[in-house]
Design a protein around this ligand. Sequence first.
Ligand code: NAD
Length: 375
Amino acid sequence: MSVGTVLITGGTGYIGSFTTLALLDHGYKVVIVDSLYNSSKVSLDRIELLCGKRPDFYQVDITDEAALDKVFAAHPNIDSVIHFAALKAVGESSEIPLEYYRVNVGGTITLLRCMSKYNVPNIVFSSSATVYGDASQHPGMIPIPEHCPIGPTNPYGRTKSTIELVITDHINAQRNNLKKAGKPYEHWNGALLRYFNPAGSHPSGIMGEDPLGVPFNLLPLLGQVATGQREKLLVFGDDYPSKDGTAIRDYIHVVDLAKGHLAALNHLREKNPGVRAWNLGSGRGSTVFEMINAFSKVVGRPLPYEVVERRAGDVLDLTANPSRANTELGWKTELTLEDACEDLWRWVSNNPQGYRQDPPKELVEAAKAAAKKSA
Ligand SMILES: NC(=O)c1ccc[n+]([C@@H]2O[C@H](COP(=O)([O-])OP(=O)(O)OC[C@H]3O[C@@H](n4cnc5c(N)ncnc54)[C@H](O)[C@@H]3O)[C@@H](O)[C@H]2O)c1
């Protein structure tokens, strides 16, 4: 029996597909809306291969209120939303900021309007550690706790911090209005999940990140260098005040991150906390050079790189203090950076064309056997 029905926006994308898998594995029914702007429907086949269940799917743009409305109308059992759909390229957000505000902020407002209309009270939102900006400017804020001042350094980050405010205002208003009317209100809740750096792939080697166009994150770029699709990695600055001069990030395995969404969703539904922010990170910071070394070790040879100028808007250190999520959500990372590197290499070396090719037969057979065993 289903424990609940969840609408997932951006559910065919990287983190969305892993979260869909985690939810299906734990008895939820999942309805996905995605415009396929940066993803492929093939991810739905891989989800089904891995867990034996398939989410419902609608190719819908979240800024299209009439189309989104129809999805809610067709699924009256939806009681929660996990909201991933967004534009996410930091550099591009400085070139076309209005498009970022239109899709990210405007799309969220459209979604919240539909949720109100159909009385869907819980939202788990994909925020980002970028909302903190340069936390090293504030004394005692590395590793970064949730009470660190918010101060994003680029338009993408500002769309995320703005959405956090919109969700907070909306959920608080829903609660206050119902309270004033003497009605139950505690079921309206929001989780603002500030992810650090998602990395890695499914250990089966048949599901992973497959961005359309140039990836912006370090590990997928390293994957392309390792498979020969890219000549070298560009390292943006080696004059940061870190141990080797490169910037520090907190890499979190995407399988752990997906479980974080499940934990947050269950917490909202069971504990009714109102709106609350949680960092999802490991608490361990790694420099760019450490990451290049870790991935080179898995690949078995040194990967070429070139140090270039710092990138505008980049910051020295984004390492999480994840203790709030550890204690309140009962969630912590279980997989390591080394696991993320190994899983990523299994994915890219076996599927250099991502979802535009069939995975090797032996990996599919192994995944099917594993799914049968756990069914
Ligand atoms: N990957 C990261 O490093 C990272 C870090 C922090 C936060 N986030 C956030 O997590 C979320 C998911 O990121 P991801 O890495 O899985 O990215 P992704 O691009 O793989 O997933 C986003 C999905 O949203 C879809 N989408 C985009 N615009 C849409 C629209 N208007 N209507 C419907 N669907 C639309 C895309 O097609 C894609 O499937 C995003 O909100 C992102 O900002 C990502």
